[in-house]
Design a protein around this ligand. Structure first.
Ligand code: PLP
Length: 400
């Protein structure tokens, strides 16, 4: 047999992908599952974006592009960052990748040396620690629980920094909690970072367009320009424009990092899909009601799921500020017993119980570094949300 490398043997498959697989297997076995694990919009890509891709394809836009991504798209990203985020990046300081995920991976691949530390605050997006480890880094998990509203504080940050710290990863708005860092919260973190020039900041702003009554996402360099030479902003088309399958994301940062990432891309993927880049350019440059319509739907679903979960005994759920997830507190349900006599000691066992008993699939908080919570995506229809929360409420009511 061909030996598999030690680093890949150690790698865990993405927990959200594993959850999806489990749902598919149960469905193949004839079960009907209400799936709240979905990490993507349930909407199709807006028609004008599809039309732009089709037009591009038919006019010969079917060849390799620059490894850094098409200039027109990088110019569109540059304008977007200027107008919407208040940060100035030249197209030479921007790189296009096959999704934000690839760019997070390549930025870390381009900058980490063996043993370098990366601070990952909890609750974290499931992929960060593994991407860090895969690139030789050491994820330093900074616990940020409900008592700090799941957000990194200056004290927690200060305590996590060592001489080996190379990066801090901040995901605002957050998957899984929907938390958004305010200007004041960023400024407090910046004050700490100013004392530790060895620490760079990677901000993952992929959910920025999906926000409710809270403030907009703040790109830290907009309020702390001094940080610009050690900050990389990652964003993409997936969530805002329902374009997860198109695989287009972008990163903006210091030119030497962008060049290093481009070099890696040139030796791995060559470039992102040509006509997807053209369609992404159109998406960024066209005002279209589709984005607002999706937001209106999420707003309604958010209330539906939060009200429904709060009505279930033992579950407490806050309204998320942004994104399309709720992070429900189920700590009161731990230590209970199912009607069949099975004990529910952890959120993972609760997930299994809900799948067996209520035919509802949700993600365990443990996968996000935060046991005692469940993540539910409300990128689902109102009808499924109503049915799902009712099934969850009925199932947890039976726990004693
Ligand atoms: N960052 C976060 C926090 C995410 O939740 C996701 C997708 O689930 C991504 C990045 C990946 O985005 P993309 O589709 O652009 O690779």
């Amino acid at each position: 047999p061909i030996p598999i490398s030690a680093k890949v043997q150690k790698l865990r498959p993405s927990p959200s992908m594993a959850a999806k697989q489990r749902v598919l297997e149960l469905e193949a076995a004839g079960r009907t599952i209400l799936d709240f694990c979905l990490g993507e919009p349930d909407f199709d890509t807006p028609e004008h974006i599809i039309a732009a891709a089709e037009k591009a394809m038919r006019s010969g836009d079917t060849h390799y592009t620059a490894a850094q991504g098409k200039l027109a798209l990088r110019q569109a990203v540059s304008r977007k960052l200027e107008v919407e985020n208040g940060v100035t990046y030249d197209p030479s300081e921007i790189v296009i990748g096959n999704g934000a995920k690839q760019l997070i991976f390549e930025v870390l691949a381009a900058t980490l040396s063996e043993g370098d530390e990366v601070i990952v605050p909890t609750p974290y997006w499931v992929s960060y620690p593994d991407i860090v480890s895969l690139n030789g880094g050491v994820p330093v998990i900074a616990t940020c629980g409900p008592e700090v509203n799941f957000k990194l504080t200056p004290e927690i940050l200060e305590a996590a920094i060592t001489e080996r710290t190379r990066w801090l990863i901040v995901n605002s708005p957050s998957n899984p909690t929907g938390a958004v860092y305010t200007k004041g919260e960023w400024l407090a973190l910046v004050e700490v970072l100013e004392r530790h020039p060895q620490v760079a900041v990677l901000t993952d702003e992929i959910y920025e367009k999906i926000f409710y009554e809270c403030n907009r996402t703040i790109t830290p360099t907009a309020i702390a320009p001094a940080l610009k030479d050690r900050c990389v902003v990652v964003n993409g088309m997936s969530k805002a424009y329902a374009m997860t399958g198109w695989r287009v994301g972008y990163a903006a940062g210091p030119v030497e990092v962008i060049k290093a990432v481009t070099k890696l891309l040139s030796q791995s993927t060559s470039c992102p899909c040509a006509f997807a880049q053209t369609a992404a350019t159109v998406a960024l440059e066209t005002e279209h009601p589709a984005v607002d319509e999706m937001l209106a739907a999420y707003t309604e679903r958010r209330k539906l799921i939060v009200d429904g979960l709060n009505a279930a005994p033992g579950i407490t759920c806050a309204l998320p500020d942004a994104a399309f997830y709720v992070f429900a507190d189920v700590r009161d349900l731990l230590g209970t017993v199912t009607p069949a006599g099975r004990s529910i000691a952890t959120d993972i066992e609760l997930v299994d119980y809900l799948l067996d008993e209520a035919s509802v699939a949700v993600m365990d908080g443990t996968s996000y570094g935060t046991p005692g919570f469940l993540r539910l995506s409300f990128a689902a229809s109102n009808e499924n949300i109503r049915a799902g929360v009712a099934a969850i409420a009925a199932a947890v009511a039976q726990l004693t």
